[in-house]
Design a protein around this ligand. Structure first.
Ligand SMILES: CC(C)(COP(=O)(O)OP(=O)(O)OC[C@H]1O[C@@H](n2cnc3c(N)ncnc32)[C@H](O)[C@@H]1OP(=O)(O)O)[C@@H](O)C(=O)NCCC(=O)NCCS
Length: 129
């Protein structure tokens, strides 16, 4: 059965403004270690791809936080919710630490879809029990 759904739209220009203001510290607050490595790789090759990657992660994590009904309150944190990709490109959520335990204890599984276009990134998440 469906446990929850969550959606989020993120203004890429706001992510850019946070990056300009706080630099890498902002990315380090939002991204897991694995995501940070991907972000650094993409940013080095092409700044815009790094920015879009960060914006889609931001929106996906917010959508997930809504789907589980916690919002950004413990045990949900930005860095404990990692968005990875299958070889096909489909996004998958990998949880860490206390959030992983909380999620597993409830017998939950998550489905995620993300998209972005020019100034916006958006995500939709369904969590099943
Ligand atoms: C969910 C959250 C991450 C979204 O924040 P945001 O990016 O500022 O706002 P968005 O426009 O993307 O989303 C807001 C909507 O998320 C939804 N939402 C809020 N808390 C939620 C939760 N715990 N679970 C699911 N959805 C939630 C609401 O529908 C809200 O719209 P509304 O204010 O019109 O009712 C953030 O509100 C949050 O962490 N909330 C929970 C913790 C909290 O601070 N609660 C305040 C209690 S006084």
């Amino acid at each position: 059965m469906i446990f929850g759904v969550g959606t989020d739209i993120c203004d890429v220009r706001r992510i850019q403004a946070s990056l300009t203001r706080h630099g890498e510290r902002f990315a380090k607050k939002i991204l897991s270690d694995a995501e940070l490595a991907t972000w650094q790789r993409r940013s080095t090759r092409h700044g815009d791809r790094g920015l879009r990657y960060l914006a889609t992660r931001f929106s996906a994590k917010e959508a997930f936080s809504k789907a589980i009904g916690l919002g950004m309150t413990l045990p949900m944190t930005w860095r404990r919710c990692e968005i990875a990709s299958l070889p096909s490109g489909q996004p998958v959520i990998i949880l860490h630490g206390e959030l992983k335990t909380w999620f597993a204890e409830r017998g939950l599984s998550a489905h995620l879809s993300v998209t972005d276009e020019t100034d916006y990134a958006a995500s939709f998440c369904v969590v099943e029990k």
